[in-house]
Design a protein around this ligand. Structure first.
Ligand code: PEP
Ligand code: MG
Length: 561
């Protein structure tokens, strides 16, 4: 038995035989064309049009986030700049196969050099190039295998087109050797509720047919598992399935103490799914996601419509809307125009909004108008707040617009360390553990090479969370968690033990976290939090808490609940 490590998506566990994704088509040779430029150009256009149409059709049949991703891919395939590059090579006397291969590779290198969000789109380009090449050669595009029985799919990094259409009755779990937690593969896997572990470099040696256990909660792939390991994994999978089938009750500890379980959303149309999964409201609405491709600032009426649709889905429920969080991996053309060497440390979040205060004021206007027309309990918050002065600035401004509940995100160690003074001027705090981890560990959250540092289990991060939790308790102010950490069931329990009063996450994580909380008392959560804080590093904290939690179950649950 050996254990391969990657980054788990979600909290599921599954087991089954490996089936590997077919290898990529070999690169074409750089030989002169026998057909001539005109014929080559025509072949390329036909192949690209076919691939684009196929991607669009796949998107239409998949729907949801997959459709957006596939339609974006179809647009990339037909990008005129890319086609110009292909034509230039054909005009040089090359074959269309080589021209496509070389032009796409050039574009890929450019994206990778930019890094961040765009860098992670490089895999999308590879996929399109492969599809066009396959079409030119008249062979099937490399794709998902079909061994005739359910399997654990092992791939380098799935193309969005493949992830979108995976047959979940056949694919028990997904393991990739490349890709990080923010790759398209990860985003779509999470949306589909798949058991997935990404970035597992050693999985490249897994053989077809070998039995593995894929444990997303632990971020591991176990090869040659022993019989008792397989039984335990099957039991966990069954417990998860039955928890999923239960009607979604409000989040609560075993003794009935409530902990609100909220949803992280990026667009109003995702609200229905969140409600169906028992979200008790919204803990983070990422407004910038609505306008990532807008060149101009959105109008008040455009925004009002979107916010009204969101708020209308949650009558009498709390909905926390975050002001546009522009910068670093999420640049907005109308808010971030300065070139910065280190955009994660630059004019981003509230700083960028303050520099364009009219945009901030328009957003507050739109929110106040949507609030007046709906029954949700609207809370507003500012992203990337570093100082007490910024806190005062934002909450004062929000109140000017009649918005009753105004708070700040704690994502920068400075505001966590001064949480008591920050909270003196805010109605609530919401901890963004993704950025808080990035800044505490000085590890770019988009960079695979430092992904090992990007772990919210690190006791340094947890100490900062405790600062905020303690300050909230002293001042009687709510402290939510809205980073990915809240979606990790065991860590979610620890975070409540550190003082979090609500947890917000991708809707697909709600049932796992609901179950984990229901198995613990507040006292146990505090004890687990102490154990995590006492560790030297993230791995130590995770392991010590997992062991302590296992020792508590199930006896403690019965006697304390
Ligand atoms: C965070 O930083 O944890 C957070 C919730 O905000 P985002 O992931 O959108 O930066
Ligand atoms: Mg953030």
């Amino acid at each position: 038995m050996s254990i391969l490590r990657g980054v788990g998506i979600g909290a599921g566990v599954a087991q089954g035989p490996v089936a590997r994704m077919a290898e990529a088509l070999p690169a074409p040779e750089n030989v002169p064309s026998a057909l001539g430029a005109e014929a080559e150009r025509a072949r390329v256009r036909e192949a690209i049009a076919d691939v684009s149409a196929e991607l669009t059709a796949r998107g239409a049949s998949a729907g949801g986030a997959a459709q957006e991703v596939l339609e974006a891919q179809a647009m990339i395939a037909e990008d005129p700049t890319l086609l110009d590059e292909v034509d230039a090579r054909i005009d040089d006397g090359r074959t269309s196969e080589w021209a496509v291969h070389d032009a796409f590779a050039g574009f890929r290198a450019t994206l990778e050099a930019v890094g961040g969000y765009l860098g992670e789109r490089a895999a999308d380009l590879d996929d399109i190039a492969q599809r066009v090449l396959a079409r030119l050669r008249g062979v099937p595009a490399p794709g998902v295998p079909d061994p005739g029985h359910p399997f654990v799919l092992v791939a380098r990094d799935l193309a969005p087109a493949d992830t979108a259409l995976l047959d979940l009755t056949q694919v028990l779990a997904l393991v990739t050797t490349d890709g990080g937690p923010t790759s398209h593969t990860a985003i779509l896997a999470r949306e589909k509720g798949m058991v997935a572990v990404v970035g597992t470099a050693e999985a490249r040696d897994l053989e077809n047919g070998a039995t593995v256990i894929v444990d997303a909660a632990a971020g591991t792939v176990t090869t040659d598992p022993a019989a008792d390991e397989l039984t335990r994994a099957a039991q966990r999978a069954a417990a998860r399935q039955s928890a999923d089938a239960l009607p979604a009750s409000p989040g609560a500890f075993a003794d009935g103490t409530p902990i609100a379980l909220l949803a992280n959303l990026g667009k109003p149309s995702d609200a229905a799914d969140a409600v169906a999964r028992g979200a008790e409201g919204v803990g983070l609405f990422r407004t910038e996601f609505l306008f990532l491709s807008s060149a101009q600032a959105p109008t008040v009426s455009q925004q009002r419509e979107a916010y009204r649709e969101l708020l209308a889905a949650f009558p009498r429920k709390k909905v926390v809307v975050r002001m546009l969080d522009a910068g670093a991996d999420k640049p907005l053309a109308f808010l971030n125009d300065a070139h910065e060497e280190n955009p994660a440390l630059g004019l981003r979040g509230l700083r960028a909004l303050r520099a364009s205060e009219d945009i901030l004021r328009e957003q507050l206007t739109a929110l106040a108008e949507a609030d007046a027309e709906t029954e949700a309990e609207l809370w507003v918050m500012a992203p990337m707040v570093a100082t007490v002065e910024e806190t005062r600035y934002f909450t004062t401004l929000a109140r000017e617009y009649g918005l009753k509940t105004a708070g700040v995100m704690v994502e920068i160690p400075a505001s966590a360390l001064l949480a008591d003074r920050v909270l003196a001027h805010a109605d609530f705090a919401s901890i963004g553990t993704n950025d808080l981890t990035q800044y505490t560990m000085a590890a770019d959250r988009m960079l695979g090479s430092v992904a090992g540092f990007q772990d919210p289990w690190h006791p340094a991060v947890l100490r900062l969370v405790r600062e905020v939790g303690d300050a909230g308790a002293r001042l009687g102010k709510p402290v939510g968690i809205c980073g990915e950490a809240a979606a990790d069931p065991l860590l979610a329990v620890v975070l409540t033990g550190l003082g979090a009063t609500s947890l917000s996450m991708a809707p697909s994580a709600l049932s796992d976290v609901r179950l984990a909380l229901s198995e613990r008392t507040p006292d146990e959560a505090r004890r687990l939090a102490e154990i995590a804080l006492a560790a030297d590093d993230a791995a130590g904290a995770r392991l010590a808490v997992a062991e302590a939690a296992a020792a508590l179950s199930p006896h403690q649950k019965e006697t304390t609940s």
